[in-house]
Design a protein around this ligand. Structure first.
Ligand code: FAD
Ligand code: SF4
Length: 475
């Protein structure tokens, strides 16, 4: 009985699931964490203090009922835990795997004060994976079906979050995606060592059984027009992501051997999954000296993919210090263990080439200055500190900007200056609904509204937009 030990958080230290040893995992595109064993999941969940007003819950973007499902796990009540976890999250097993917990729920855990935070993410993953293995499926028996039809553009986390809430409220969504599998960047971006692709194909099956229809390999604006969707559906949700690659703006970026991060990662996914149309699409850095530029999740994924492809060496150069790096600390540690070398406080100023082919990256040293408008300390250049890092391949991971389609304007869908879609921020405005765009029938959420961010924030916005759509449709 868990009530027997109020001091579990002292008696049992924070312990995540076992990791596959670095020497083995760097040779395979497979998840690196072993599943939690039931006894370990329970004893880790038992460390929760059940704070009266849990800060972890507040810090989690979807406001999961964390202490409540942790308690159910200690009681061995997985079925109730999985139901509760799905009340707030459409893809809990994904968030458990890829959320940067150190700056969200676990960063906010009261025990993150020397005792070691509760392993919230791993338990969240454990709950859903275990429930699925036990045959759990969402219970749709009480759903009263309406005759409303909603089109969802994009099967990424935003579109999935939206479709999940709609279908549970009796509105059958039809989800269009240009890719052959659902998941958006979860499938065609995030590598398998963080999230195995079977997780999303299992979900596709579950959602389809719930009543969500997926029309894959279908691009809106090409294979089907927005006008058709506007004519055939009662509302449209757009969760199309951000896909304009940021450039460094320095000489040499177009040399042979310099690649944007996402095409590199996608070509690797396609290669591993057999989606490759033409073998020449595969970008391999096998046997090469690789320099990765950037310090976010995408850069970490490029680092670790390069290692697995068999790169001779991988250096990640980032212009700020480790403290000010945007990527998850867990992933930086994993990358280090796998052999990635980090060079902090180095800003690229040129990709150096010979005969049109990259041979190195010229960087300057930086030092941390005053905080910028986002509170992150500026990187200031140290004069006379230039050096050239030898490279055969350079992977540019500077992030993404919005990629609005030309047809948005035909439907009076207004944009911010930077290309993000404008949506209603204050749903209490009379006659307006959560995440509605300037076209009353069109809603939007995820990266295309907030700029490139996180899986969990995209899920959150998709779910909230679905609530807005339900209000709009008076369901
Ligand atoms: P997306 O996931 O981009 O999905 C958009 C979907 O819309 C895509 O499937 C696309 O094919 C489809 N689409 C677009 N236009 C059309 C059209 N015209 N017709 C049909 N379909 C269309 N976040 C984390 O929380 N943790 C991580 O570890 C993490 N790692 C990342 C690693 C990489 C390499 C990248 C690039 C991002 C990472 N992120 C991570 C960020 C996260 O993946 C995104 O914030 C999230 O996927 C955004 O969800 P979304 O639904 O808004 O867009
Ligand atoms: Fe933590 Fe993300 Fe799960 Fe929320 S969704 S509890 S932030 S891992």
């Amino acid at each position: 009985d868990r009530l027997k030990n109020d001091f579990q958080f002292i008696d049992v230290g924070r312990q995540g699931p076992e990791k596959v040893p670095a020497g083995i995992r760097k040779q395979q595109f497979a998840e690196i964490y072993e599943p939690f064993q039931p006894r370990d999941a329970s004893s880790q969940a038992h460390r929760c203090l059940e704070c009266g007003n849990p800060y972890c819950e507040w810090k989690c973007p979807v406001h999961n009922f964390i202490p409540n499902w942790l308690k159910l796990v200690t009681e061995g009540n997985i079925m109730e835990a999985v139901e509760l976890s799905h009340q707030t999250n459409s893809l809990p097993e994904v968030c458990g795997r890829v959320c940067p917990q150190d700056r969200l729920c676990e960063g906010a855990c009261t025990l993150n004060d020397g005792f070691g935070a509760v392993t919230i993410g791993s338990v969240e993953k454990y709950i859903t994976d275990t429930a699925f293995a036990m045959g759990w499926k969402p219970d749709m028996s009480n759903v009263e079906w309406t005759d409303k039809k909603v089109a969802v553009i994009g099967a990424g986390p935003a579109g999935i979050g939206c479709a999940d809430v709609l279908v549970r409220n009796g509105v059958k969504p039809v989800v269009f995606d240009r890719y052959p599998e659902i998941g958006g960047l979860l499938t065609f971006g995030i590598p398998e060592f963080k999230l195995e692709k079977s997780v999303m194909s299992r979900r596709r099956q579950i959602f389809a059984e719930m009543g969500v229809e997926f029309r894959l390999n279908t691009e809106v604006g090409k294979d089907v027009t927005m006008q058709q969707l506007m004519d055939e559906y009662d509302a449209v949700f757009m969760g199309m992501g951000t896909y304009t690659y940021m450039k460094g703006g320095f000489p040499g970026e177009d040399l042979d051997g310099v690649h944007d991060a996402l095409p590199f990662l996608i070509s690797n996914v396609n290669h591993c999954l057999g989606y490759e149309q033409d073998p020449s699409e595969y970008i391999s850095v096998k046997g090469q000296k690789v320099v990765v530029l950037g310090g976010g999740d995408t850069a970490m994924d490029c680092n670790r993919t390069s290692i697995r492809q068999g790169a001779e060496s991988v250096i990640c150069a980032y212009r700020r210090d480790e403290e000010n790096m945007p990527g998850s600390k867990r992933e930086v540690e994993n990358a280090r263990e796998e052999g990635v070398k980090f060079l902090f406080n180095r800003q690229p100023v040129e990709v150096v080439g010979e005969n049109g082919k990259v041979v190195g990256v010229k960087v300057v040293a930086t030092q941390m200055g005053e905080p910028d408008e986002n509170g992150r300390r500026r990187a200031e250049v140290v004069p006379g500190s230039e050096e050239v890092l030898p490279a055969d391949a350079v992977l540019v991971a500077f992030g993404f900007r919005p990629s609005p389609a030309p047809w948005f304007a035909d439907f009076s869908i207004d944009l911010h200056e930077d290309g993000r879609i404008k949506t209603v921020a204050q749903p209490q405005e009379v006659g307006r609904f959560a995440f509605q765009t300037s076209n009353a029938k069109v809603f939007a959420g995820g990266d295309m509204v907030r700029g490139s961010d996180l899986v969990v924030t995209a899920i959150d916005e998709g779910r909230k937009a679905a609530e807005g759509i339900l209000d709009f449709l008076e369901v």
